[in-house]
Ligand binder design. Sequence first.
Ligand code: HEC
Length: 208
Amino acid sequence: MKRKYKTIKLSLATSCVALLMAGFSSCGKKDANSPGVEFMPDMYRSPSLEYYSVHTVDGDTINNAMKPASGSVARGYLPYAYPNTPEGYEKAGLNLHNPFNADLYRADFEKEGEILFSKFCIHCHGAAGAGDGKVSAKLPGPPPAYDGPLKNLPEGKIFHSITYGKGTMGSHASQLTQEERWKLVYYVQKLQGPKVAPTDSLKVVAPR
Ligand code: HEC
């Protein structure tokens, strides 16, 4: 038993001396900036490719902060066919329709749209969409009421205006997915109430 302890002690002592020597020898290098022996190099210098940095792979130097390949579509987003122009606005009004079938989705979307409306729109448009939100007094012109001049605004134009913005209203495309914007369209339509035959007082709705 005693002997066994002795050998363990001896091997411990030898390894300590070896470590010390390794330590001293690294200090004695000519290059003062050399870190000496790195026991776990991977802990300091990751072998994996890092984001937004330049790498040399198989002799090619590449910057891996690259733009997506042209034509790629981000997950959850679909390309929007109507440009941000007066013609695009009119075309959206004529041809763009809610892809979420009213029979299946309207009831749920109205409820979810109301929640989104209370977060993103209510401060300008007011709870009933009358254009009397808290911020609207500070705008050069308050938003028109949904059940007033905007009563007959078609769904395509509602979506288009939420996407690109209109007048002092900014674009909401970066904050809201297309699905969320269609939810808002259903809610805005609820606030518009039933459509009415155009009268003189609703002429503002005519193409601008
Ligand atoms: C900064 C205040 C502000 C916010 C926030 C805002 N709006 Fe507006 N909105 C306006 C103003 C002002 C107009 C009138 C723009 C014009 O016709 O010049 C308007 C117009 C509209 C119209 C009519 C667009 C048309 O084609 O005539 C719709 C629909 C609308 N907003 C929906 C929304 C929805 C939905 C949200 C929330 C996602 C929202 N707005 C957020 C200020 C705002």
